[in-house]
Design a protein around this ligand. Structure first.
Ligand code: DMJ
Length: 641
């Protein structure tokens, strides 16, 4: 911190020398000159001998008490001040103002937003005695909560206020701007799980952070989803005006990155002077980066009434909508931020594109199903995915989503990424919340089911029980949809409870412990503590109510506990098909923000605060409350409904 920042924070600054402040000079000028050193020594010797005589003349008990107090003080002082200075222990300042808390983290709040004043709803009233089954799931939810406590306390103790904990040697790393990403990313999880003291310490850090004046290059995408989304979600739960103002500061700062000809964001920006920088090559931006800001900015537009937020991100959605590839009905992975056009013919649902698709449906849901253009767009690209990206493996009939590249309908890579395992959750969410024809709804649900089964089995297949980062499927795998259509016309489809190819009953989905029989090989055998599979497992449980999803989620959680837990936190691993995977020195903030949150929600019963009809999770699992555009917003922002 610079000295001016310290002064603004209200810290008294130490002063030195001639400039040490007016008093010191003037007071000295008015005093009589003292005889120099000798006088002072004489004076102190007299005082000291008096103290000594008095001290020795007291009773021994008094003497020992004084000696004890004098030696205890430096220890106390060291512990309270110096240890803070050297970060030997976390600093726990008191919260600025008491926050209202209900039984598990939140309760009533001011009606900043009239139309969301019903949200979050109060915690459910204590019910009847839990059944054995309910008690089992409550105990499992508690295990996840304990895991969060372990991860966060390690971070807080050894890494805060840096970004992430290095879980093998209890060091820290500033890999996301140095603004304490784990603390900010975890705020709403702490509110949900009821970690009040930890939340209060984390939010203090937010108040002190200077986003707009930061001189480091910040990553546009990661900063949006982790920090901006995290602040907005914590605000939604607490209605703390300071959080809204920090979210606005950050939102305004990130808008600088949209200063390109097409209005698409560049890869990174330096807040202090607005300098932008690219990463993906000349004039390129990826779909995930331009399409993953609509939830956050639309919510901020609604909170503040500022239409710029809406316009900037809706413009990007419109550009994407207008440039859906007519051959595939998909969105290109690369775009040109000068001419605004798609660049190349790579189509994917994984790393470069994932949340670009996710936000199309979710912005429609977040804004109370009023933005019909977003719905139309989602249905178009969902069909594009079904037609072009879904494949089925030859032996085990595993359904997977891959990417294609090249002219026309392109060539598949047959790679299924862990990152793509969010897709089934999206299809399930669409099937659950949209007004689809029964046949279409069933199709989307089957796709969700089959894809999540593959994501889950990629964990169960491995010796460690943890899923690989990338699966390379057999090149004999074939497009799924044509097979589905054939099956649909067959008599088999008319049997009661019939399932299409790629979707299995739980009893028929068996792990394959011997690699070559799996239909895929591990292309990247790391498990990076990622959430996508448990995210989809959670949505499947919510949408279908089938307990099997919870059991699968618990299996995954146990494998995480077995192989990734360290003394200080949790660690990403490589070698998922080994007895003992190799721990890497990394604990990404999304493990706390997403993975543990989805697992906790999966095991938690009877809590309507997290209904999928009330909230929408941003891509980093930060819940935002569903709202409807008010009449004045529709007029002012010119929202087509
Ligand atoms: C998260 O930061 C987000 O979910 C993002 O959309 C992509 N994946 C990582 C975690 O895997």
């Amino acid at each position: 911190m610079s000295s001016s920042e310290l002064r603004e924070e209200g810290y008294p600054l130490a002063t030195t020398g001639i400039d040490a402040g007016s008093n010191s000079r003037n007071d000295t000028a008015n005093m009589l000159p003292l005889p120099q050193s000798s006088g002072r020594r004489y004076h102190s010797r007299g005082v000291l001998s008096k103290v000594r005589t008095t001290f020795l003349s007291t009773r021994p008990i008094v003497r020992y008490t004084i000696i004890f107090l004098l030696s205890a003080f430096p220890i106390y002082w060291f512990y309270n001040d110096l240890s803070d200075y050297f970060h030997l222990r976390p600093h726990f300042p008191p919260p600025p103002h008491p926050r209202p808390y209900g039984a598990e983290g939140w309760g009533s709040h001011s009606n900043h937003n009239q139309d969301e004043s019903h949200w979050p709803p109060p915690p459910p009233p204590p019910g009847k005695r839990p059944s054995a089954k309910e008690a089992k799931w409550a105990a499992r939810a508690q295990e996840v909560k304990d895991a969060f406590a372990h991860a966060y306390s390690g971070y807080e103790k050894y890494a805060f206020p840096a970004d992430e904990l290095l879980p093998l040697n209890r060091k820290s790393v500033n890999n996301f701007n140095g603004w304490g990403v784990t603390a900010v990313d975890s705020l709403d999880t702490m509110l949900m799980m009821g970690f009040e003291a930890e939340y209060n310490r984390g939010v203090q850090h937010v108040y002190k952070s200077d986003y707009a004046g930061s001189k480091v290059f910040v990553l546009f995408f990661e900063t949006s989803i982790r920090y901006f989304g995290g602040l907005l979600s914590a605000y939604a739960y607490t209605k703390d005006p300071q959080l809204l103002s920090k979210a606005k500061e950050l939102g305004d700062t990130l808008l600088l990155a949209l200063n390109t000809t097409a209005g698409y964001p560049k890869f990174s920006l330096r807040p202090s002077d607005g300098v932008l920088s690219t990463y993906w090559g000349v004039n390129r931006v990826i779909l995930a980066e331009m399409g993953t800001i609509q939830l956050e900015y639309k919510y901020l537009a609604h909170l503040t009434g500022n239409k710029t937020y809406y316009e900037k991100v809706e413009h990007i959605r419109e550009m994407m909508h207008a440039q859906i590839d007519p051959t595939t009905n998909l969105l290109a992975s690369f775009w040109d931020y000068v001419n605004g056009m798609p660049a190349g013919r790579k189509f994917s649902i994984g790393a470069l594109a994932d949340s670009g698709y996710e936000y199309i449906l979710k912005q429609y849901l977040l804004t109370g199903k009023t933005e019909k253009k977003a719905l139309e767009m989602y249905l178009t690209v969902a069909q594009g995915i079904i037609d072009n990206l879904l494949y089925i493996s030859p032996e085990r009939e595993l359904l997977f989503a891959t990417d294609i590249d090249g002219p026309g309908k392109g060539q598949p890579s047959y790679v299924y990424e862990h990152l793509s395992c969010f897709l089934p959750g999206l299809f399930a969410l669409g099937a659950h919340s949209l007004d689809l024809q029964p046949e279409e709804r069933q199709l989307h649900l089957w796709i969700a089911d089959g894809l999540t089964q593959t994501c889950y089995i990629s964990y169960a297949d491995q010796t460690s029980g943890l899923g690989p980062e990338e699966m390379q499927f057999d090149r004999k795998s074939t497009l799924w949809y044509p097979q589905y259509k054939i099956w649909k016309k067959s008599s088999a489809a008319r049997q009661n409870g019939a399932l299409p190819p790629g979707v299995k009953l739980a009893k028929d989905l068996k792990p394959e412990k011997f690699g070559p029989k799996r239909d895929y090989r591990n292309r990247r055998d790391a498990y990076l503590l990622r959430p996508e599979t448990v995210e989809s497992v959670f949505v499947m449980w919510r949408v279908t109510g089938d307990e099997v999803w919870r059991e699968r989620g618990y299996e995954i959680f146990k494998a995480i506990e077995r192989h990734t837990k360290t003394e200080y936190g949790y660690a990403s691993v490589s070698g998922v098909d080994k007895e003992e995977p190799f721990k890497q020195n990394s604990m990404p903030s999304y493990f706390l923000a997403e993975t543990l949150k989805y697992l906790w929600l999966l095991f938690r019963d009877n809590d309507n605060r997290y209904d999928l009809d009330k909230i929408v999770f941003n891509t980093e699992a930060h819940p935002l409350p569903i709202f409807t555009w008010r009449k004045d917003e529709i007029e002012q922002f010119k929202i087509p409904t």
